[in-house]
Design a protein around this ligand. Structure first.
Ligand SMILES: *Cc1c(COP(=O)(O)O)cnc(C)c1O
Length: 357
């Protein structure tokens, strides 16, 4: 009796992808990045599914870390942006969360804390969003020691790791290594998913795979399956209406698409209100009854139209995959002028998540 639109989450595929990350990270380890509600897959279920294998998680903020604790998991969790208020330092200590400090403000907050949490330091090696300059590191380490703060590790983040032809990752890596050389006792962490697929890229003690865990590509020039990854989310729905458009008829808002010949057309019960990208234009692939079709016209809030010429016998109630094992999310993202990260994290709460395996 319920709307057929669902995100089916394959937890075996998730575990497979984490295994790929671990193999590439060896002899280092891989902390599972599960921020943004597990990239839209549900942070508690994702963290639980990885718990037997994952020694550590990484999230963007305290609220996400607390969701993992609420799911009963005790592994260390890195807060990639540190905390946003002084009083949150005490919560970090109490909950064994390790904030990554990136600013003077966060260092100053340490003065007001009776027992400080273990921390990491973020170095800016060229991303130029957050972090300390490498030449600030020696002074910082002294300051933190005086404050009684244990620094567990250093991390940095790459700006262009997705592009194999871009040498900037080597530059950033060299800056990071040089800065870290004077502190051999610290753990080092640098690699996002893309770094795992760069030949000869050091991944140090801890890599930080995110998007690859969910089976989408982190690279510009290869799809997830080409990298040995399995899609985790299948976004599915059903046809709710089928009709034949006579030549000259248009479909949807703005009447942007017009049929040239009699065209069997299906309406699918999913739209941008579910997080399906409104910018996916005519030609974006989907699958009906196992056969590829293309979107036509504009995506509406609750529905979209597909050209059924390749499946003329399709009927209302027939299954549609918008992305998943039959239609790569990377393809849909390219059609919509965006990346899989955006699509996965954008699936709205209206779409029930169903967990398999
Ligand atoms: C999100 C994030 C990651 C994971 O990036 P992916 O490209 O999804 O692998 C790693 N490190 C930091 C600091 C991040 O913010």
């Amino acid at each position: 009796m319920s709307r057929p639109t669902r995100a089916i989450i394959d937890l075996a595929a998730l575990r497979h992808n984490y295994g790929v990350a671990c193999a590439l990270a060896a002899p280092g380890q891989a902390m599972a990045v599960v921020k943004a509600d597990g990239y839209g897959h549900g942070i508690a279920r994702v963290a639980q599914a990885l718990a037997p294998d994952a020694p550590c998680y990484a999230v963007a903020c305290l609220e996400e870390a607390l969701a993992i604790r609420k799911a009963g998991l005790r592994q260390p969790i890195l807060l990639l942006e540190g905390v946003h208020a002084e009083e949150d330092m005490a919560v970090c200590l109490e909950q064994s969360l390790e904030p990554v400090l990136h600013s003077d403000v966060q260092i100053r907050w340490m003065r007001g804390v009776t027992i400080p949490p273990v921390v990491w330091l973020k170095l800016n090696t060229g991303m130029n969003r957050l972090g300390f300059a490498p030449d600030e590191l020696p002074g910082l380490m002294i300051r933190l020691k005086q404050l009684g703060v244990e620094v567990r590790g250093l991390m940095t983040h790459f700006a262009c790791a997705d592009d194999l032809s871009d040498p900037f990752t080597q530059t950033q890596t060299a800056v990071f290594q040089e800065a870290a050389a004077d502190f051999p006792g610290l753990l080092l962490s640098a690699g996002n998913s893309a770094a795992h697929f760069r030949p000869d890229q050091p991944l140090f003690h801890w890599s930080r795979p995110g998007i690859m865990l969910y089976g989408a590509t982190p690279m510009l020039e290869a799809s997830g399956p080409e990298l040995g990854l399995k899609p985790v989310m299948s976004l599915v729905s059903e046809l709710i209406s089928v009709r034949t458009l006579a030549p000259g008829m248009t479909v949807g808002y703005g009447a942007t698409w017009r049929s040239e010949k009699p065209t069997p057309m299906g309406i699918v019960a999913i739209g941008y209100g579910d997080g399906y990208p409104r910018h996916a234009g005519t030609g974006t692939p989907a699958v009906v009854n196992g056969k590829r079709v293309r979107l036509i016209g504009r995506v509406s809030m609750d529905m979209l139209a597909v050209d059924l010429s390749s499946v003329p016998d399709a009927r209302p109630g027939d299954p549609v995959e918008l992305w998943g094992s039959q239609v790569g999310i990377d393809e849909v993202a390219a059609s919509a002028g965006t990346i899989a990260y955006d699509l996965l994290t954008g699936v709205t709460q209206r779409v029930p998540r169903e967990y398999v395996n």
